[in-house]
Design a protein around this ligand. Structure first.
Ligand code: FES
Length: 154
């Protein structure tokens, strides 16, 4: 089937089998490799994207998709991306795109989350490297910088 969707602000079209995963379409057909396929089962969160502004996956025809590539504003990193760098929350980096998207979604809804709220919001994203403390630090660091922003301030 021919699908048309908005990805990171651009209208895109491609041919996709109706049962194809959005991740495959993004990575292999639309050339956006930021979203990862770490567990290959949709369980670890490395594939997280925003679908119509909400953290989700599923049917994308006609939807607006935001991937990690779409969070930055040109050369200016999204506050969550910048905070992950500054807080040292990136080690191997495989989990990072999904965590950044999930954290951006959290902060768009809750500008000052508690540790428990961050843990709950990021509970679908698995990191094997950091022990999570630096990720918590990064989200707190970004929290004060994202007031009024939604999906990178679009
Ligand atoms: S930084 Fe390696 S899995 Fe999270």
């Amino acid at each position: 089937m021919r699908i048309e969707l908005t990805v990171n602000g651009d209208r895109r079209q491609c041919d996709a089998w109706g049962g194809e995963s959005l991740l495959f379409v993004l990575r292999e057909q639309l050339g956006l490799p930021g979203s990862k396929n770490a567990c290959e089962q949709g369980e670890c969160g490395s594939c997280s994207v925003l679908l119509d502004g909400e953290l989700a996956a599923g049917q994308a025809d006609g939807c607006e998709v935001t991937t990690v590539e779409g969070l930055a504003d040109g050369d200016r990193l999204h506050p969550v991306q910048q905070a992950f760098v500054e807080a040292g929350a990136v080690q191997c980096g495989f989990c990072t795109p999904g965590l950044v998207v999930a954290a951006a979604d959290l902060l768009a809804a809750n500008a000052s989350p508690t540790d428990d709220e961050i843990r709950e919001a990021l509970s679908g994203n698995i990191c094997r490297c950091t022990g999570y403390q630096k990720i918590l630090d990064a989200v707190h660091l970004a929290a004060g910088r994202t007031d009024g922003e939604r999906e990178g301030g679009r």
